[in-house]
Design a protein around this ligand. Sequence first.
Ligand SMILES: Nc1ncnc2c1ncn2[C@@H]1O[C@H](COP(=O)(O)OP(=O)(O)O)[C@@H](O)[C@H]1O
Ligand SMILES: [Mg+2]
Length: 237
Amino acid sequence: MSVTTQDPASASAPSRRTGNGAPLLRLKDVQKVFTTEEVETHALSGIHLEVRRGEYLSIEGPSGCGKSTLLSILGLLDSPTAGEYWLDGKTVQNLTFSERARIRNRQIGFIFQSFNLIGDLTVAENVELPLTYREMAASERKQRVSDALERVRMAHRAKHLPGQLSGGQQQRVAVARALAGDPLILLADEPTVMDLLRDLHAQGSTICMVTHDPRFARYAERTIHLFDGRVVEERGK
Ligand SMILES: Nc1ncnc2c1ncn2[C@@H]1O[C@H](COP(=O)(O)OP(=O)(O)O)[C@@H](O)[C@H]1O
Ligand SMILES: [Mg+2]
């Protein structure tokens, strides 16, 4: 097992926004095997991937090819069975549960396929929730919530409950919740708010999305195709 702590591609610690040219995300030969009593499923079989700061990457492939598994690993929601992952130049293999949670909270903006909004919290409360786990003054939290809701054009629904919104509006709120934390990267599982993501990328966000829909993949700068847990094709714009 490797004990590398620094991505060999990075010479020194990168600054948060500009970095030093090292990839923001880097996967080396990542494998993921799900094992149950009856079957072993090889969800990912040797993924090599780099995502640079400011990039908009789409991972396209059919249902069951490993997209959500890959995104969960990138978002530190799950761990690879084998292989290495560097986030912002640092390996994330040997982190404790709470260190992973802290990185998720501060550096990763995850937009879930099912949005994961809490039904009895208002839109504003949903967006604020991840910020309450940080040491942050209430005034700054409120400012970040209103800025994030402005950016996704949902400020006029701040006091609504998620169930009172359309699916597209709920996804916008999920994007606002991800943005409020000022993450290094936005990870989006099968998003449909493509114009919004394009605007955020134009404003500087690094985005990695997965999709089964080639029409959506075209919004990105670079697309990789996943099939049966492997990268089978890469295309730049
Ligand atoms: N928790 C799990 N346990 C067992 N198998 C899983 C689990 N999660 C995903 N899989 C399997 O891994 C493969 C990839 O799944 P997934 O990443 O969800 O694909 P996609 O998002 O591309 O539809 C599928 O065969 C799926 O059934
Ligand atoms: Mg999926």
